[in-house]
Write a protein that binds this ligand. Structure first.
Ligand code: FAD
Length: 408
């Protein structure tokens, strides 16, 4: 097989940003990016597609156009890593050898984890903003619904962008309120989590919207099956005598599927017990194999799995990977930053930014933007600034990211 200084698994948000950051710093490095998909998606935009603000096409670019100059795109899927041998097995073609490996394969949407769901997705009023082809269907359903029952669900953690299930809820309610039909629609939010949001500081602002829209909030309620033809969803909730199942009829059902680590990660012996890559939460270096790094959703770190986190992780991984190539210890640390812009209504956002342990980490000072309150400025950032920042990030531009140096 062929040998590279660095092999990157995944040409998504984390993989492309880290690869570009490496090549910016050291242009003659040999870098391979293994990515099977011909398209790259700006997934944070899908919430706005489901809310009728963006078109789906605005969130898609060809992978070829985003591969950084100097990197080689291997259009294949990684099947296994042999960490002891420094080799990667790909689906088509010879194995690749690496000096440093960067794992950025994202998280797997487990649609099959809810029985009956796959058969009815995209039909019978069943939709999800978690898929490029279905986010437009969400908007279509919202526009055509004028009475009946709308259910929105959230699976157990961890998921990517934990706020996205309720973003779909709020933007739908806002549209129904504008059309004057909200009172004729029974709206329910079923989340597996014990609280509306994991960081308490953001809950009061969100609860105001739950109340104003008249949403029936069901905590610790798990979607277990969907019967598309009967239009019935079954939930498991805690009853007085143990778990009980509850059936709810619906006219619209917005599902966020359970999410799991890629199987090849566990099969390669680099996973922690949860299945995600076992890395040091600060250096993002593998705890056993010092020439392996991980970033983005596949990393077994406690941050919010968001593109906002990948933006802060990418320079850390690039800098530390270079140190490893030079035979040195990692030098930089990631602080756990993640961001989740909660679209509470069209034109306003509660901008949740926090790090490890739920520590608040606002980018802007509170007098400019208070993230615990709905603001128009945050909506402007989400709609007009963040998409641009994202496409620039993929090219290795590291705006407003200064990785911390580890004290030695
Ligand atoms: P991805 O960007 O998903 O890329 C992973 C890549 O790996 C993919 O291209 C995939 O094809 C590839 N891959 C998978 N398996 C293999 C394999 N075996 N071999 C080779 N390649 C492989 N984040 C925010 O910051 N703000 C938001 O508002 C926000 N909203 C969101 C809303 C929705 C509806 C969704 C779905 C996500 C949202 N996110 C948001 C989360 C954000 O999109 C992800 O956290 C981010 O894309 C993670 O980057 P990644 O590189 O880890 O994974």
């Amino acid at each position: 097989g062929r040998r590279f200084d660095v092999v990157v698994i995944g040409g998504g948000a984390g993989g492309l940003s880290a690869a570009a950051g490496l090549l910016r710093r050291r242009p003659n490095l040999s870098v391979a990016i293994v990515e099977p998909s011909a398209d790259h998606f700006y997934q944070p935009g899908w919430t706005l597609v489901g809310g009728g603000v963006f078109t789906a096409k605005q969130t898609r670019r060809s992978e070829a156009s985003l591969i950084p100059k100097g990197a080689e795109w291997i259009r294949s899927r990684v099947e296994q890593i042999l960490p002891g041998e420094g080799r990667v097995i790909v689906a088509d073609g010879a194995p690749l050898s690496y000096s440093v490996l960067i794992v950025a394969a994202g998280i797997v949407l487990n649609w099959g984890g809810i029985s009956g769901l796959e058969e009815t997705l995209g039909r019978n009023g069943v939709t999800s903003n978690y898929r490029y082809d279905l986010a437009p269907y969400t908007w279509q359903l919202v526009q055509t619904l004028s009475r009946g029952t709308a259910l929105f669900t959230q699976p157990p953690m961890p998921i990517k962008c934990a706020g996205a299930p309720q973003k779909a809820l709020y933007l739908s309610c806002d549209e129904w309120r504008r059309r004057g039909v909200l009172d004729s629609i029974t709206v329910e939010f079923d989340t597996c989590t014990p609280a509306l949001f994991g960081v308490p500081a953001f809950v009061p602002a969100l609860m105001n919207y739950i109340r104003d829209y008249g949403v029936d909030l069901e905590l610790s309620s798990r979607l277990v099956s969907v019967d598309g033809t009967r239009k019935v969803a079954t939930f498991e909730r805690k009853g007085d005598n143990g778990p009980m199942q509850i059936e709810r009829g619906f006219d619209m059902l917005h599902v966020v599927p359970p999410q799991i680590a890629p199987a090849f990660v566990r099969d390669s012996g680099i996973a922690d017990p949860s299945g995600f890559v076992a890395v040091n939460p600060a250096t993002l270096q593998h705890i056993t194999y010092k020439n392996i790094y991980a970033l983005g959703d596949v990393a077994g770190t406690g941050n919010a799995k968001t593109a906002a986190a990948a933006r802060k992780q990418a320079p850390v991984v690039a800098l530390n990977a270079l140190a490893t190539l030079d035979g040195k210890a990692p030098v930089y640390a990631y602080d756990g930053y993640g961001g989740c812009p909660l679209t509470v209504e069209r034109g306003k956002i509660v901008l949740a930014e926090f790090g490890y342990g739920g520590k608040l980490m606002p980018t802007l000072p509170g007098w400019i933007l208070d993230g615990t309150k709905p603001t128009r400025l945050a909506w402007f950032l989400k709609k007009d600034v963040m998409p641009r920042l994202y496409w620039e990030m993929l090219k290795g531009h590291e705006f407003m990211v200064k990785p911390e140096k580890i004290a030695s």
